[in-house]
Design a protein around this ligand. Structure first.
Ligand code: DGY
Length: 426
């Protein structure tokens, strides 16, 4: 009789990362996202580091192969033209870098991941030090041209939290008249009520055309784009990464010139996000000076960034959110009429966001909350599988399946060690 081999979730997570490996870079999931995505790849490197250190460093190296001469690290690296994804390279027309890519960036988690990996082998981080510094400097120059200490996005996709309601009001200024007909591919693979709506997509495409017309000249885009919104998520992630870059420089005995000033500017700029009516850090539109009117999961990343003066308020808001959902942390305020528990960034829980929020919570000593996020994430994955995101109400797995960053977070956060299903039975 054949031996029955029970596959653990650790085995499944490793298998997903191997299956999504395209030879030195990992795609988020086949079909829906067939290229290398920036922050996906960085989380993947943390998962790979749990079983194949060489492959983890290689993931980061292939991502940085696409870095533009001005320092920007693009949000998608196209090594081929794959018809299963739209908009592909012919729409972006972004030939500014060494490889075909999109013309925008994504949240800069890389320095924080590289510092984690460097703890095991510092010398392997050395080739990344100057590249990270160039990318971070680019954020300050291109996305904070007035030195306010807040980082703007020029496209909702730059936030990584694509269709968050925060972008609805600023997005109304985007002229979609010339967008015309196009064939979305995402809704061939995922049910439409889990994906952004048609109005969102028209705006995404209008902004891609806007950038392509300006040959992705970032100075012109920052000055002229109808969409220029300061994002607490990107800013918090950059602030933590700047601190990690500074410590990497010290570790390697190669000080990073100017990083302390950049940290100080972001620390003081972060206050601008505070919306007293919401009692959380909220996006604000740099074109109109208006704050977003509702809380999102990005506000909690303040703690991940080391901005701790509102810890009490943020924990109170976590408690508020928790009264309305089964699984934390919803991406958008569950009390809002715009909350939509299955639709991409308008409600669902994301494993990698929980991972970052929990790190911040444990940094400030909120250990019970950090453990709670960890056990919720473990329960969601155990019950629904390695999907892209999850309903905070039902725990249903949503979006793409066999998803790389969900698998990577499982491994990096050692979710296999979380006991039981207590949260599921709440
Ligand atoms: C998409 O195509 O949905 C991606 O999120 C863009 O980055």
């Amino acid at each position: 009789m054949d031996d029955i081999v029970l596959q653990t979730h650790d085995d499944m997570a490793r298998e997903i990362l191997r299956d999504n490996d395209r030879g030195g870079h990992t795609i988020p999931t086949s079909g829906l996202y067939p290229y290398q995505w920036n922050w996906d790849s960085v989380f993947v490197s943390l998962g790979l580091a749990e079983f194949d250190m060489n492959r983890a460093w290689r993931e980061l190296a292939t991502l940085f192969e696409a870095q533009w001469p001005d320092g920007m690290l693009p949000h998608i690296v196209f090594r081929e033209d794959n018809p299963s994804y739209f908009p592909g390279p012919p729409v972006w027309q972004a030939d500014n870098g060494p490889l075909s890519s999109s013309g925008i960036t994504q949240p800069p988690v890389a320095a924080s991941a590289i510092v984690d990996l460097a703890r095991r082998d510092p010398e392997r981080a050395r080739p990344f030090l100057r590249k990270l510094d160039a990318w971070h400097r680019w954020f300050h120059e291109a996305r904070d041209p007035d030195g306010l200490g807040v980082i703007a996005i020029t496209h909702p996709w730059e936030s990584g939290r694509d269709n968050l309601p925060d972008w609805d009001a600023p997005g109304a200024a985007i002229n979609v008249a010339g967008v015309g007909d196009y064939n979305r591919r995402d809704t061939d693979m995922v049910v439409a009520d889990m994906r952004p709506g048609k109005e969102d997509y028209d705006r995404y495409l209008a902004l891609v055309r806007f950038g392509a017309k300006r040959k992705w000249n970032q100075k012109i885009i920052s000055a002229e784009s109808p969409f220029f919104v300061a994002d607490p998520g990107t800013t918090a992630i950059l602030l933590r990464s700047e601190r990690d870059l500074a410590s990497l420089g010290r570790l390697l005995d190669e000080p990073v010139c100017g990083v302390e000033d950049r940290i100080a500017r972001l620390e003081s700029g972060f206050d601008r996000f505070w919306n007293p009516e919401v009692e959380n850090y909220c996006a604000y539109d740099l074109r109109t000076g208006k704050h977003a009117a509702e809380a999102t999961s990005a506000g909690f990343l303040a703690l991940y960034a080391g901005v701790t003066k509102k810890t009490g308020e943020l924990v109170r808001q976590l408690e508020e959110f928790d009264r309305s959902v089964e699984f934390m942390v919803p991406s958008f305020d569950p009390h809002s009429p715009l909350f939509d528990h299955r639709r991409y960034w308008r409600g669902p829980v994301w494993a990698h966001v929980n991972f970052m929020i929990a790190r911040g919570l444990s940094d400030v000593g909120e250990v019970a909350w950090a453990n709670r996020l960890r056990s919720d994430t473990a329960a969601l994955i155990r019950n629904a599988g390695f999907t892209e995101y999850f309903s905070p109400l039902s725990g249903e797995g949503c979006g793409g399946g066999n998803f790389s960053w969900t698998a990577a977070v499982w491994l990096a956060w050692k979710l296999g060690e979380v006991e039981g299903f207590d949260r599921w039975a709440k």
